[in-house]
Design a protein around this ligand. Structure first.
Ligand SMILES: Nc1ncnc2c1ncn2[C@@H]1O[C@H](COP(=O)(O)OP(=O)(O)OP(=O)(O)O)[C@@H](O)[C@H]1O
Length: 243
């Protein structure tokens, strides 16, 4: 992470998006602070992916703003050196190797070749770096996606379901990785359904339900609603389904 890009919060304000009659995201506001890991949780169809896509300029908002620091993603001077994002499992060309894929994306982003070796080591892909991606397991693809996101040494990480497909050692590794990233001043926004795992990974929590923010704050405050993150989540979302 470069000194100039440290300490960039994510600031979302009044974000709104409808797909025809479906109000996918309604007036969503939150901040994900630098130096902290923020979980973004909600039931299926709650609006998590749509929010993350708007944050990254992949879906146009009907209303509201989503800023990285003070700048919308689309206006960042060096987007891949500012935000690393993994929204889908890596879709590399099947015949390329992990190292080849990373070299292509590193060159496209204008990042030095030394970053390729650095990110291979960072995500533990060394043993597979010269294998063709077509033989990769889901967990290996997740690691490759994360490695691609890290090529620009970004200050901000946005991850949609990153532990999907990771083995137990991979999950523990990811948790440690995110903690270290945040401890160095990075901002992490991570969506996940694996609440038992998330409980050990996050500092803060944003709960979205039916397109609206249901709760934001620290994990410690949230779990006052139940013994575990899962209990508190189920208690709060069940209450909302009745309203
Ligand atoms: N491109 C689209 N066209 C039409 N409807 C969409 C589109 N993308 C999302 N939606 C709808 O918007 C709502 C929010 O979907 P979204 O994918 O953001 O939820 P999510 O919280 O990420 O869900 P999940 O946990 O199941 O991945 C859903 O009702 C979904 O069907």
């Amino acid at each position: 992470m470069t000194a100039g890009t440290k300490g960039l919060p994510i600031r979302v304000d009044g974000l709104t998006k409808a797909f025809g009659p479906v109000e996918a995201v309604s007036d969503v506001s939150f901040t994900a602070a630098a130096g902290r890991v923020t979980g973004f949780v909600g039931p299926n169809g709650a609006g998590k992916s749509t929010t993350l896509r708007m944050l990254l300029g992949l879906t146009r908002a009907d209303r509201g703003t989503a800023l990285i620091g003070d700048t919308p993603y689309a206006e960042l001077a060096a987007p891949t050196a500012t935000v690393g994002a993994v929204l889908d499992i890596a879709s590399a060309h099947p015949a390329t190797t992990a190292r080849g894929h990373l070299r292509t994306f590193g060159d496209l982003g204008g990042h030095p070749r030394s970053r390729v070796e650095a990110v291979i080591a960072a995500v533990g892909l060394g043993a597979y770096a010269d294998r063709q991606v077509k033989g990769f397991s889901t967990g290996m693809r997740q690691r490759l996606g994360l490695a691609t996101a890290l090529l620009g040494d970004p200050a901000v990480l946005v991850l949609d379901e990153p532990s999907n497909g990771l083995d137990p050692a991979g999950i523990v590794w990811l948790r440690g990785f995110l903690r270290k990233f945040a401890a160095a001043g990075g901002t992490v926004l991570i969506s996940s359904h694996v609440l038992t795992e998330l409980q050990y990974s996050i500092d803060d929590l944003i709960l979205i339900n039916r397109g609206r923010i249901g709760w934001t704050g620290s994990l410690a405050e949230f779990t006052q609603h139940g013994e575990t993150l899962e209990d508190a989540f189920l208690a709060l979302t069940a209450k909302e389904q009745l309203t």
